[in-house]
Ligand binder design. Sequence first.
Ligand SMILES: O=P(O)(O)OC[C@H]1O[C@H](O)[C@H](O)[C@@H](O)[C@@H]1O
Length: 373
Amino acid sequence: MSYTQCRSPGALVARQNKTGGADKIPRASNVKHQASLFSLSTFNPILFSPFSYTMDRSNKPSAIGVGASLPQPTLSIKDNIIEASLPTGQSVTVHLYGATVTSWKTGGQEQLFVSEKAHLDGSKPIRGGIPLVFPVFGPPPQNHATSTLPQHGFARNSNWEFLGKSSSEAPGRDSDQTDLTVKLDFGLSHSMLTDEFRAAWPYEFGLVYSVTLTTDTLETALQVRNEGQQNFDFQVLMHTYLSIADISDIRVKGLESKTYIDKTLQATSHTESSPALAITQETDRVYQQLAPAVPIVVASAKDDQSLFSITREGLTDVVVWNPWIEKAKGMADFGPDEAYKNMICVEAGSVSGWQTLEAGEAWEGGQSIKSRL
Ligand SMILES: O=P(O)(O)OC[C@H]1O[C@H](O)[C@H](O)[C@@H](O)[C@@H]1O
């Protein structure tokens, strides 16, 4: 294992350390966490301890460590954009604005869709990649604690801080090889919000968002902590824009017999009848009560080959969204107009009802996307 502390742990982490360890995890995350998938940085005593500085590889005697001669993941930080690459060629890019993942490359190919007209200057949420929706999904309900927040909350339009990277060596698929993974951690807390957002949602919270790149997956996991005295409710969604060659050539599998809310039909409730959903018109559906470990698969319509397979932890809803022709034209930051054919949003979340966190409690959930390449 190797750890690099890129900045001094901020207030967010210091507060978490005060209560660390003793918190109970509420219902939605009462799942066993696989350390390799969703181990969050705040639970990592090495990454956030003062001793982490002594573990910086640059200070490490070269004779120590079995993996010392292996090529390591590389990291670049420029203009509030973090990019990490594995020696095997895969890479991930994250904008601190929204902690939005804006690129995931495997096999030399981009796996995420980003609109050509996306605003990348922090003036608007980024149209594409993986914007993070928190603490409310969609237009906030009236007479609710979130009611004066913008659509999809504030996480995607706030400036996060980079907490650091960690990497690990895991046994590879071939017994004589080692796979490297790299995990990037980002933090957002109440004090980092704009005055406007702080006033609209006055709760003391701490978010740690972990983006982990492996040779064949991208994993994103969020930990939410209530660091104040008042309970708060939240919804969360990883609004993943997957890049596809042609919308007519894909099917979405794993939804059959599931109940969904169709937002294009006045939010009425339906049951999915198709084992392999074709997208042939504007589609905006919230599928509910899905078993997180059962993958949602985006498959090729031609040969049924899996293009993307998405499993979750603690996230039982999945939104399937494609704006289609008219909606795409109506979005100023969506382009070119025809690009709706090159994307499908499969969004893992917890958006039916609310998660409630009491003082000192923490919740966590995440997704793992496996790409064909
Ligand atoms: O335009 P945005 O605020 O980014 O929202 C984009 C889309 O997000 C989700 O997929 C919702 O289900 C859609 O109703 C919404 O249109």
